[in-house]
Design a protein around this ligand. Structure first.
Ligand code: AMP
Length: 278
């Protein structure tokens, strides 16, 4: 497993692989890796010959009042996890390497980037799309794997790939959960023991929605109110509970197969997101 911190270095390594006709897979991450990230690496391993994992805490996707400064960083732990997981190259650039002085160009998926998480995190998806397009240009992957945990991110990136005619096959990976159902997230480390316990209500509420749908309930508002009640009982501060179309991310009139129930809420100072497809 190699590590490249410079764009030029990464491009040279990749060019050699490409000359050998290797299929290149990319897994973009912000580090502080957990089993969710490793499941993406495994999928990339199965679908490509040379797996690149980027580890970069992207300042452009954090708002001014968000956690960029205190976001967990532990590169030596990340690299120890990535070698046995089957990564061939870690791309680990400094902020100044990705955004040198005078940097000016941004990519935005209009409207879609302003829905759901975009309402509370203005500019977040602009930052995500900008860094992902840069990574696509640097690594030129044949496939890129993204988790469904960040469902809106996956959909927004698919839209960008379509709109900008990028030759990347975007693969969506299932959400990896803790034993009690909490979606794995680097931000779970922020939770106090009490918050961690209460946070399981998100998975319970989503499970409730799935059961209600299976029982024949199609009334969106009714199910959303039930989800909200479960979350409020666990003293979550709700950001949103939505039932959306899986491709357009717009609110559905009635629940149907494939509808995505998406939830965001705060436990203490930590904002968590999760979702389930009906
Ligand atoms: P992050 O490091 O949080 O930016 O996440 C990097 C990638 O890992 C994104 O594509 C996420 O959707 C994905 N990911 C994060 N947590 C999980 C999880 N629990 N299950 C599956 N994928 C995940």
């Amino acid at each position: 497993m190699r590590i490249a911190t410079r764009v030029r270095e990464a491009k040279i390594i990749i060019a050699r692989q490409r000359a050998k006709k290797r299929i290149i897979g990319l897994v973009p991450t912000m580090g502080a890796l957990h089993a969710g990230h490793l499941s993406l690496v495994k999928i990339a391993r199965q679908k490509s010959d040379f797996v690149v994992v980027s580890v970069f805490v992207n300042p452009k996707q954090f708002g001014p009042a968000e956690d960029f400064g205190r976001y967990p960083r532990d590169f030596s732990r990340d690299r120890k996890m990535l070698a046995p997981a089957g990564a061939d190259l870690i791309f680990y650039p400094a902020v100044s390497e990705m955004y040198p002085g005078g940097y000016r160009t941004y990519v935005e998926v209009t409207e879609m980037g302003g829905l759901l998480c975009g309402r509370t995190r203005p500019g977040h998806f602009r930052g995500v799309c900008t860094v992902v397009l840069k990574l696509f240009n640097i690594i030129e992957p044949d496939i890129a794997v993204f988790g469904k945990k960040d469902y809106q991110q996956l959909v927004v990136i698919r839209q960008m790939v379509r709109d900008l005619n990028l030759d990347v096959d975007v693969v969506g990976a299932p959400v990896v959960r803790e034993e009690d159902g909490l979606a794995m997230s680097s931000r779970n480390a922020y939770l106090s023991a009490g918050e961690r316990k209460r946070a399981t209500s998100i998975y319970r509420a989503l499970g409730h929605a799935v059961r209600r749908f299976r029982a024949g309930v199609r009334d969106r508002q009714k199910v959303i109110m039930e989800i909200r009640r479960i979350l409020v009982q666990s003293r979550a501060r709700i950001d949103y509970v939505e039932a959306v179309d899986p491709v357009a991310l717009t609110t559905v009139a009635r629940l149907k197969k494939g509808t995505v129930i998406a939830v965001a809420g705060w436990f203490g100072k930590t904002r968590l997101i999760d979702n389930r497809e009906l």
